[in-house]
Design a protein around this ligand. Structure first.
Ligand SMILES: C[S@@+](CC[C@H](N)C(=O)[O-])C[C@H]1O[C@@H](n2cnc3c(N)ncnc32)[C@H](O)[C@@H]1O
Length: 206
């Protein structure tokens, strides 16, 4: 019988991420909101016709994207199940942050209301494949009909992770039952860990 892996080697557990944040082994970190998000935000604000978008950022890590959207006036809920990630997020967000920062498991928390937008970056690819079948229905549950799942998807067949790559056809099989794809574009300026293998996509909740 094989011994179970220790918690800090299991990415489905907070211990794995706590260790990486504490050791500062965080090659996915940008230190700023990525260009594709900066381009999307004003586009979305225009289509929202002045309404304040209510956005969820699951697995927010150091929360650079949460800081960016909050500064634009969005109603931001950022969550992470790693206490060390939340320490990093607090340092990024500072005392003036007016959004909601939750220490919570994406699959288990109860929101006050459905979201207009969920921003995905390095979250699906942080989840072991066994959790993928739960990802799409959970995203659909958290978004209002017509709401958007938007962000970066790590598209490749790399079985080792994190980051765990997903093939384009696997992503479609996962999301099409609940979502319609509205945007799909290459990404410039990726970090080395994602370079040439990530795409910006927007999926609308049916
Ligand atoms: C690769 S990091 C990405 C962080 C951030 N999104 C970014 O782009 O910098 C993945 C994050 O997801 C968090 N995470 C993984 N599974 C989670 C879950 N079930 N619920 C909440 N957070 C989770 C980890 O703690 C970690 O902070």
């Amino acid at each position: 019988m094989r011994a179970a892996k220790p918690a800090h080697q299991r990415p489905e557990l907070p211990d794995f991420w706590d260790l990486r944040f504490r050791e500062r082994t965080t090659p996915w970190e940008t230190g700023a909101a990525p260009a594709a998000l900066r381009a999307f935000a004003p586009r979305h604000e225009e289509s929202a016709g002045g309404a304040t978008p209510r956005v969820l950022i699951p697995g927010c890590g150091s929360a650079w994207d949460a800081a960016f959207l909050a500064q634009r006036g969005w109603d931001v809920t950022a969550l992470d199940f790693s206490a060390a990630a939340l320490d990093a997020a607090r340092a990024t967000l500072g005392a003036d942050w007016r959004g909601t920062l939750l220490h919570a498991d994406f699959f288990a928390f109860t929101p006050d209301a459905a979201f207009d937008v969920i921003y995905e970056r390095a979250f699906l690819c942080a989840l072991p494949r066994a959790l993928w079948p739960d990802y799409a229905p959970r995203m659909a549950q958290l978004l209002r009909p017509g709401g958007l799942l938007t962000g970066f998807f790590f598209l490749c067949d790399d079985p080792k992770g994190p980051p765990f790559g997903i093939l384009p056809e696997q992503l479609e099989a996962l999301l099409v039952p609940n979502f319609i794809r509205r945007e799909d574009a290459p990404v410039d300026g990726s970090l080395p860990v994602f370079a040439g293998r990530e795409r910006w996509q927007v999926w609308e909740r049916r």
